[in-house]
Ligand binder design. Structure first.
Ligand code: NAP
Length: 284
């Protein structure tokens, strides 16, 4: 049986949301309110991180948001980094703070996440925001899971009563997306590197979210016909970027499929903008 697969156009969905954000920011401006401002902190000179930051700056500009960059040396101490974060926490003109990951080995990333003011934590990594998500309360939550929920919602994928299987249990993707799906009344199975018979688990999924970083792990016969398949993974393999799902394999089995490029990625950056506007409005 071949199923017609809708391939998600993450760029178009992202544009819809960004257009809406532009209007909201223009409307704020017309009321004499300043545009929201995102501060991005980059430690070191990793080219991939520098390129992500450039993308974020451009995205801010396009919707009429301000952004500022703070570059620190690769050898910076935890104390210096915390001092900068403290300064940004106390700056009334900064609405969102994003610390670009990965951080160098001398820096404790958990301590850094916990030092960001929770109301400015647009990456949703502060323990208070993670706790709010766990408790089903309002807060700022991680951007990639929020982007996935937007994709499912905008494609009218039924979540309530569905069986969602999430591959990966990181704090930035696997755990928060599992909680968000559960809040929408999916029955969620969370898998990880020690899960036995992963393929059998996946075959039970109405919604399958793959966030492991293992190239083309999910094969055709792992997918239940008609499932919605969200590929979060992006790994460099022989000079190419590859997803966790074998895209060509999954086409014709999945009813909805995100490509590893122009799928979840553009939604992640867009949800960062959404969080920044929310953070700005929440503080006011
Ligand atoms: P991570 O922190 O490395 O976590 C990976 C998770 O996958 C862990 O829970 C790990 O299990 C599990 N895992 C690893 N190998 C596995 C296997 N063979 N079978 C089952 N589970 C396995 O990664 P992450 O930050 O969540 O990111 C995951 C992927 O998504 C990466 O490729 C990353 O680049 C990508 N990503 C993309 C976006 C985007 O916007 N497109 C955003 C974020 C991340 P254990 O817990 O047992 O170790």
């Amino acid at each position: 049986m071949t199923i017609e697969t809708i391939v998600v156009d993450g760029l178009s969905l992202a544009k819809e949301i960004r257009d809406d954000l532009s209007s909201k920011i223009a409307e704020r401006n017309s009321r004499g309110l300043r545009p929201p401002c995102l501060a991005v902190v980059l430690v070191g000179d990793d080219p991939a991180s520098a390129s992500y930051i450039k993308g974020k700056r451009r995205a801010c500009q396009r919707v009429g948001m301000e952004s500022e960059e703070h570059k620190l040396d690769q050898t910076v101490s935890q104390t210096k980094l915390t001092e900068l974060i403290e300064k940004l926490n106390n700056d009334p003109l900064i609405d969102g703070i994003l610390i670009q990951l990965p951080l160098p080995p001398q820096i404790n990333a958990e301590e850094v996440a916990a030092s960001v003011e929770p109301l400015k934590d647009v990456d949703g990594l502060h323990p208070l925001n993670s706790g709010r998500l766990l408790a089903g309360q309002e807060g700022l939550f991680a951007c990639t899971p929020l982007g996935i929920m937007e994709i499912l919602s905008r494609h009218q994928v039924p979540i309530e009563g569905s069986h969602a299987v999430v591959l990966g249990r990181s704090s930035i993707v696997g755990k928060p997306i599992s909680l968000l799906l559960q809040q929408k009344n999916a029955t969620v199975t969370m898998c990880h590197s020690r899960t036995k018979d992963l393929s059998e688990m996946c075959r039970q999924a109405d919604i399958l979210v793959a966030a492991v970083g293992v190239p083309r792990l999910v094969k055709r016969d792992w997918i239940k016909p008609g499932a919605a398949v969200i590929d979060v993974g992006v790994t460099e393999l022989e000079g190419n970027l590859v997803g966790d799902v074998d895209f060509e394999d999954a086409k014709g089995v999945a009813s909805l499929l995100t490509p590893h490029r122009r799928g979840v990625g553009p939604m992640t950056i867009t949800m960062l903008l959404v969080n920044t506007l929310r953070a700005c409005e929440m503080r006011l």
